[in-house]
Design a protein around this ligand. Structure first.
Ligand code: AKG
Length: 433
């Protein structure tokens, strides 16, 4: 705490992992003796830089850029870039710390990192976003590479931004180094399924959890918070599996659509028009928009928080339990507060932490890196099958680890211990570096 003052989200993420590790440290004292905990929560490298750019009125704007290269024991640093006004070092460090264990859980050879900026793309023209991305990459390029650090997208960074970032990297380095970024467009080195992967994977994980109780998603009422990439493709997969998705949200409010979300309309408004939830309600008979109150008041069997950190608090959890929720799977990173997680678990709700449930995105990024390295591109069906296998593997690893440590059904403990031990063993094997 003294070394990282004022970084509340980072403290929260570290505490959440460390709270799970008691049993593993008692069983394997070598982790304590070799200071693995101290090492894993100190980033290998933190880069903070100025990002100057010129807006459409000719004014010079200054933002702050970050890349936290947290841990590379398992592979090159891997994790997204977030462009949002709330971004500061504490957010980037919490995301980077989570990413270490998430990436470990996927079973793929990727370390953990994360980055971003307090730049707000909302309301900015394409030209402004391009100039910002070019300036951001003009500093970042010297720190990244396909074997060093491989950024991707997160909130505020999608295909458009990755395109501008990749273009500037290519221009500065004179290298067509496809594997330096993931989330690329399909015609210039991207992977099919990467766009869908985080949302799809979250729903596959929720389905696997339900199966442990002999249940399924078919016929269930689902509420998805958010309306970005993760929320849209969680909605798509839930609908494919027969669920009725009845609500989604953005920072301006939420929409209830009892007839079931019209995915084409949602995609048109969010992906093409970059509009707000009210634009959906205006064009969808029977849908209503709510601008005060919480989306978690909407009764559901399955809740998928896919918006942002700490969006589902204790009072929301109480409401969900009162409404009979059966499962909660985190599509976003750390969307559920610690007291809400405890309340859901005590009520017997199946709860999947983001580092397990949303790992399908980064896992498919690792598949994109594989395709880039072999100069190949795989079909949608094959790539989706690989994603499904990876998600099933993560689910089973969480279940087996929770069983092994005497807490069956505790996916938080299972994910934290399984993610930690793989990284910890690699840290030990590589010596004091
Ligand atoms: C996340 O899992 O939160 C990421 O940022 C993944 C980004 C990636 O695909 O590397």
């Amino acid at each position: 705490l003294r070394r990282n003052p004022g970084e509340a989200e980072f403290h929260q993420a570290v505490r959440e992992v460390f709270d799970s590790l008691g049993p593993v440290l008692r069983k394997h004292p070598r982790y304590v003796e070799a200071a693995v905990l101290e090492r894993v929560c100190e980033p290998e490298r933190q880069i903070i830089f100025r990002v100057p750019w010129v807006d459409d009125t000719g004014r010079v704007q200054i933002n702050r850029g970050f890349r936290v290269e947290f841990n590379s024991a398992l592979g090159p640093y891997k994790g997204g870039l977030r462009f949002h006004p709330s971004v500061y070092l504490g957010i980037v460090k919490f995301l980077g710390f989570e990413q270490i264990f998430k990436n470990s859980l996927t079973g793929m050879p990727i370390g953990g990192g994360k980055g971003g900026s307090d730049f707000d793309p909302r309301g900015r023209s394409d030209g402004e976003v391009m100039r910002f991305c070019q300036s951001f990459m003009t500093e970042l390029y010297r720190h990244i590479g396909e074997n060093t650090d491989v950024p991707a997208g997160d909130i505020g960074v999608g295909g458009r931004e990755i395109g501008y970032l990749f273009g500037q990297y290519k221009r500065i380095t004179n290298r067509y180094e496809s594997g330096v970024l993931t989330g690329k467009g399909i015609s210039w080195g991207g992977s099919l399924v990467r766009t869908e992967a985080t949302g799809y994977g979250t729903v596959l994980f929720a389905q696997s959890m339900l199966e442990t109780r002999g249940q399924e998603l078919d016929g269930r009422r689902v509420v998805v918070s958010g309306s970005g990439n993760v929320a849209i493709y969680a909605t798509a997969k839930a609908q494919q599996l027969g669920a009725n998705v009845v609500a989604f949200s953005d920072s301006s409010g939420y929409v209830v659509d009892e007839a079931g979300v019209d995915l084409d309309l949602l995609r048109q408004i969010k992906e093409v028009e970059r509009g707000r939830v009210a634009d959906y309600a205006a064009r969808r008979p029977g849908a209503r928009v709510v601008t005060d109150g919480s989306i978690w008041d909407v009764p559901c069997d399955v809740a998928l928080p896919c918006a942002t950190q700490n969006e589902l608090d204790e009072s929301a959890a109480k409401q969900l339990v009162a409404n009979g929720v059966v499962a909660v799977a985190e599509g976003a990173n750390m969307p559920t507060t610690p007291s809400a997680v405890a309340l859901l678990q005590e009520a017997g709700v199946l709860f999947a932490p983001g580092k397990a449930a949303n790992a399908g995105g980064v896992a498919t990024s690792a598949l994109e890196m594989q395709q880039n390295a072999s100069r190949d591109s795989w079909s949608f069906e094959y790539t989706e099958e690989r994603l499904a296998q990876i998600m099933a593997g993560i689910h089973d690893r969480c279940v087996e680890t929770a069983d092994e440590y005497g807490t069956p059904g505790n996916y938080v403990l299972g994910a934290n211990i399984a993610g930690f031990t793989k990284v910890a063993d690699a840290i030990l094997a590589l010596g004091v570096i």
